[in-house]
Design a binder for this molecule. Sequence first.
Ligand SMILES: [Zn+2]
Length: 1005
Amino acid sequence: MIRSKLAVLFAFPVLFCATALYAQVLDSTFARDPHQPVDQDYTEKIQKYTTDPSFTSPLVDYLPASKSVPTPAKILGDISGAPDMLPYAEDVYKYFRLLEASTPRVKVFTIGHSEEGREMIAVAIADAKLLADAKTNDARLAQLADPRTIGLDDAKARPLIDQSWPVYYITGTIHSPETGAPTALMELAYRLAVDDAPYIKYIRSHMIVLITPVVEVDGRDRMVDLYKWHKAHPGQDYPHLSYWGHYVAHDNNRDAMGMTLALTRNVLDTYLGWHAQVLHDLHESVPFLYDNTVGDGPYNAWVDPTLADEWAELGANNVAQMLSFGMPGVFTHGDFDTWSPGYLMFLAGMHNGISRLYETFGNGGADTEKRILDPDEYSRTWYRQNPPLPVVTWSQRDNNNYEETALLSTISYFSQNTRHFLENFYLKSKRSVEKPSLAGPAAYVIPADSAQTNRQIELLNVLKRQHVEISQLEDSVTSPVPAEKRGDKPKQESFPAGSIVIRMDQPYSRIADALLDRQFWAATDPQKHPYDDTGWSFSHLFNLKVVRVTDGSILKAKMTMLSDPAALAGKLSGSGPVFAIENTGQTSLLSLVYKLKGASAKIAEKPFDASGKHFAAGSLIISGASDEVVARALREWSLDASRLEAEPSIPLHAVTAPRIAIMHTWLSTQREGWWRQAFDTAGIPFDYMSTQAVAKEPDLRSKYDVIIFAPVGRASAQEIINGIPMWGNPMPWEKSDLTPNLGRIDSTPDIRPGLGYDGLEHLQKFVEDGGLLITCEDTAQFAIDMGLAPGVSVAPRGEARVDGTVMNTVFVDRDSPVAFGYSTGVPVMSAGGMAFNISNTMGRVGFRSLSDPTEPFSDPYAHRPTGRGSVEDSDEPQGRKIAEAEPLYKQQPWEAKRLNEEDMRNNPQVIPAQLRPDVILRFSDAKSLLLDGLLDKPSAIAEHAILVDAHLGQGNVLLFANNPIYRGETIGNYALVFNAILNYQQLGRPSAPHETSSGNEKTAK
Ligand SMILES: [Zn+2]
């Protein structure tokens, strides 16, 4: 009951100033140096800004004084965590550089730049001797990190472990509205550099603490602007942070698989560059400190079991220490499954280190606020015996006290156990190298296949960013591969020379395994609320053949390292003035059209053979370009081409570079941000405009061929039309003297107005005038609700459970230009199982049964009435002529109900044939639907349409039920979007389709 002893002390405010003294008596682990003077001013302010004595600890309720080293107040003008003040990243850096200049215990490094060019730094803190020896120390750690260098010999590892200092890497404020970490980390660095408390001296002489104070540096500067605007406009509503990073908001902490963002790459390069043992990421949302390291199940299936023990060890110790200081609301088990490896901290978990994360309590700025907690936040439960208080006055200083206390106590524990954690680090690294013999598999093989090269390069680039070694077979190899079904015999498979091998006997095999393997989340799992996606197999999401090989003989095959995956493409063969590039679902055919301006580009509408090669429909034919220009573009965009003597004599249509706009709301910009990221990466130019701009532009068609309305994220049509309620004050998002970092991506004097009915009318006219509107998930729902997609509705999901699941699909219309380059289907990521129903009439007639959404698709002959004959026969009434009924048709779930004369007679709801929606892609049947993740009771959505081309006037509305451009992970789907753009003029229906009365209606195409 340590807590109650301390609580007695805290119960008397008069004793508050003396707690540190008493605490030393109670807990000698964190005793201060009695001879070191205290910075009185700073210490008084700590106490002043702490709103309750229990919200601090003996570790942080004072600041040691230094004659030579400046405190954070030197830069901040007040102490860390002071109310009403947030420093820009630049000021945070200024302070760390002041520290570096004033003490040999601090070194600052630039670790890279953000998308908008802002610097990211890492700060190393330790005794001068450790920092001076950092290179030598790192050379030792590098051998522990790659035990192949010491022949996996424990005897050689032992002295390395004994001589090495571990590196503990802390990262702050990746989530920009979570504002507390930078000032907490400034003060933490000062304490580590200056404080002579024995436990701190021990830390800095036994380990290196590495700090990146601001991870999302673009978002930090915008957040500070926003906060300044708020302080300058007291009593007014202020905008939410519309843009965090250049592309995405909260999802910057879901990029640890695809690694498309600069911040992820910079952090991993730093983490691995230092051969660090821990990556500890700081967040704010949960009261008062949730060390979510232990979290909840299911745990990721690819982590080393030792890591789970380390989570438990560090988490339990951290909570115990904090409780001993009497700080309420600290816990380590709770809401967070440790399944997906997409979080920033998981870079460590997947690279033989320890991933950790704190959620502290924050006010989204530096205001001191009364905070009212929910019952599930303040209730006592088995893992939270001293829960948060139900109502508190909470300050940024309180937040900083919790963050610093937790970090200091956990780092102290780590410093006392460096050998133990270095042993674990070595063991985990060794087991990663031993994976083929210990756990398997032996390797993943990506067979050489020119049709997949472009997407293979995309995947290999991800693996490269993950620091995974890539090998290439010198000769063809035959290897046993596991049977597809349990109990079947293993097969033999031949892999041609040039095939890619991802060996599992390498230090970072674990991340490659986690990305390329399949995931299975049991419907019966006790975890009913997956924290994030349940499936993510990159083999599927990149639409690639990747073979999991368990037989170790493949590792003995002759292979060489492949350092530059781009070298796999860029081939130019044959002779002649015309270039043909086969469409194989590459991510960059559209890119090429913009790069080869001046040349003539055409699309083959049918397959053809030329130069001894088969070209699929949708292949690109280029003439009037020089060899040199084409060769350079092929290399840049990872494409191969064949020279032809002449254009093939099949139908071709010319393509000009389509004019694209990406339209965003001011409600949320994250999901469309991933689309911008993909378009920028592919070098596809676009205008970026808000729904407000669309409301002011009556003639969109004269400016654009394609408008993309990427998902907003659970926005209703009402929200998209109306925006944010207008009853408060205007909320600007624009550049000003006060807010120099806002308005850079887009700007508005008031974020509240939405698309409005004018904007809707302009969008409708744009489509009717021949434009292509691309919609997805909630914006597809919007298009449906607003009448832009006649005949399309969202299918009821019934009992289906889908949660970030990778699913199988089948192309219904392989002749659609959207399907060019694809085979029979393509795996998709489905957020929640959205799918479409299709109808040839308007209104909800004919086939909807909410109780059982599968009922309309059952066999129409299944329930014959009692009568003569067998179950297969029809009844025949006696005493009259036999009358043949029209044959009944079993409607497929992806089809519209067929109309007969009865249905059509005097029916104004019937959609004219040329405007009926075309289904391009549908879910597979229930049995083969699941690829990766959670899928339960899918019958209501199985086989339903998920990609539909709807027609309005002269134009088209493309509706995706899955998000084809998501977190840089769905590379295999990109070509669906790019094909549609490239062929936007070919998506309409022929105007005179064939219609019959008997239900044998032919598809119009
Ligand atoms: Zn966060």
